[in-house]
Design a protein around this ligand. Sequence first.
Ligand code: CTP
Ligand code: CA
Length: 232
Amino acid sequence: ERSDALPRDLEGRRVVVSAGGTREPLDPVRFLGNRSSGKQGYAMARVAAQRGAQVTLIAGNTIGLEPPAAVEVVHVTTAEQMGTAVDKHSAGADAVIMAAAVADFRPVNVAAAKIKKGAHEPNSIELTKNRDILAGLVQARRDGQLGGLAIVGFAAETGDEHGDVLTHARAKLARKGCDLLVVNAVGDGKAFEVDNNDGWLLGADGTEQSLDHGSKALLASRVLDALGPLLR
Ligand code: CTP
Ligand code: CA
């Protein structure tokens, strides 16, 4: 979409977007990571800025994306750093959009020196759970700390023996307590590392909208269209 064709409906709004994947170190040269490219989050940030918002992008690892024009970019590595940055920039913001793929777990021990083969080689990695940044924002808002901040989550789901993509997504929206959940079906080359995306947009008010297949910028626009009425 051309930016001159976009509405300036987010003028005067402050929006925080997280994007990319976090990396959890094992030792100075190794980490646990994920396949998030950062493209969808960067598109969210770029389109929000084109629509007039003052945007802070909290960026984890990406495939080397160009920083979007007129967006403040804060680079982080780990989930913990991402949580600290999101919390800091959410104070006074109108909306937070958590498009990042935050690692659910991190290694309990981070070796100070490179882990070597030989007598002391490990045969397993002990993990501990990372804090849920999105759930923390919802809780802070409930506690009255974040004013009328609007909160958007993303979920990449696959169907399994317990249910299809939408069933999992509805349960996640209820569990997370965010205002909107952007749902992408993953697997079979979908969503990760590709330029196009589709899925569903679920609202806490029970509304469900399918997002037509198209560019990540187009999907970003649809999400921002739904976000507008939720802003205080
Ligand atoms: N998220 C977060 N902090 C975490 C994990 C996830 O803020 N530690 C956010 C993601 O940025 C995303 C949303 O929560 O917006 C949903 O992430 P997802 O991984 O789908 O949800 P989880 O609750 O981690 O559930 P699952 O067990 O399916 O991974
Ligand atoms: Ca997760």
